[in-house]
Design a binder for this molecule. Structure first.
Ligand SMILES: [Zn+2]
Length: 169
């Protein structure tokens, strides 16, 4: 008797036979796919209680177990698969290799606030310090950027940085 009532309700709301066409919101009597904790598999379940648009409780049509609707495992798997696919379809962030700075740009920056007129003539015998502006007979104006060894300095010219010998007595 009770079963017949449920079946007729299901038919009324487009239950069992038209399961694929069931649209939200669900109403009690609708059939849905769910995972039954008793059967330990996905079964057809009858919606018992609905709260808003959410199905609250269902009854397994196989064993009659009532409880909160658990997502069908196959469906859960499919949903996970979709998530994984979605994640993998968005390409990993491209590593943007920073373009090495243009030597002329570095040169200009190094010269900022410096007096070119104060540039000292480069000599292999002289001692230099970082930030000093020098004038080389071939390479022109340069800025000392590093003391590599007591007798070696790195000088940035407009075209490139060069290692220069210094402090030679
Ligand atoms: Zn069951």
């Amino acid at each position: 008797m009770a079963k017949r009532t449920i079946l007729s309700i299901m038919r009324l709301f487009g239950g069992n036979e038209r399961r694929e066409n069931v649209q939200l919101p669900y109403v009690p009597g609708n059939a849905v796919e769910g995972h039954c904790s008793e059967c330990k598999c996905d079964t057809v379940q009858t919606v018992i209680e609905v709260e808003g648009l959410q199905i609250k409780t269902t009854r397994c049509e196989k064993c009659g177990h009532e409880g909160p609707l658990m997502m069908a495992r196959e469906k859960a798997k499919a949903a996970l698969r979709d998530l994984v696919k979605k994640r993998n379809s968005t390409a990993p962030p491209k590593r943007t290799r920073r373009k090495p700075e243009d030597p002329a740009q570095i040169f200009r920056r190094l010269l900022e606030g410096k007096e070119i007129s104060h540039a000292v003539k480069y000599s292999i015998k002289s001692q230099y310090e970082i930030g000093q502006v020098i004038k080389h007979p071939t390479f022109g104006i340069g800025v000392v950027t590093a003391i590599l060894e007591p007798s070696k300095i790195s000088v940035t010219f407009e075209d490139t940085a060069r290692m220069m010998v210094c402090n030679r007595k």
